[in-house]
Design a protein around this ligand. Sequence first.
Ligand SMILES: [Zn+2]
Length: 287
Amino acid sequence: MVKVINKSVCRGVAGKRIGNVKGVVIHNTWDNNTAESHIERLGKMSNKQLEDGFAQYYVDGQTIVRVEDTFNKAWHTANTEGNAYYIGIEVRGNRQTSKEEFEKAEQNAFKQAYEDLKYYKLPINRDTVRLHCEFTATECPKRSLIEHCGYDSIHKQPQAVIDKLKDYFIAQIKKCGNTETVKPPVTPKPPAAIKPPAKPKPPVKPQGVKRVAEKGTFYPNTTVAIKHTPTIKAKQEATLGKGESVIYDSYVKSDGYVWVSYIRNNGKRGYACSRDVKTGKAFGTFK
Ligand SMILES: [Zn+2]
């Protein structure tokens, strides 16, 4: 089960993006620290210290941490174009990281890359899936180069090595999409048998619903809808599946359901459908 933590501890220090996101850049942290440890490390830093580098995401085998909003820039490529137009994803890994942990961390990074490319309506190809070493002279992502290309050198990577790694990343990221398409239908509805007789419902006014402050993590046991307005009819913006989680700061009762609420990657408030009010049935667990 992947834990997802959104904590914008880098405070937009690199500035807001101007223009559209062009893709993602995959990095290796070249340390063996947990993804969560970067929240505290970066959160303590002054603006000046952050200039030494940070990415939007830090990912390990268990956790995906977002320390900066994707609509803000990050200093992750030592390159103006890279920082301005790309989302940085740091995968936990150096020589000390076990192969198992590193590969799990990479898979979580691919999942996040898939989500962000989808969100920004970008294709998955060599233009959108980039490596740090394409932007500046660096060995990063070194552990990935070792694992997938057998390339372990301080010298500039030959183009064939870069292309081989990118094509591997592209294939893996595309796979994240395949699993998504086989997910069950999304908006949770009570089974027909226990459906109450149809009654016309008064229209729900979202501005009238009251969010109640409560912090926790919601782990769905089925695929649930994420919306910007907590109503059945509102447009579904995304889904949250089994094995995923979301940290919420509040909840609302609206349109017959309890919706946990949080700020999404795009900066907008999202609502994840979490419980049927009438039956009391939860679509997952809360911690
Ligand atoms: Zn890097």
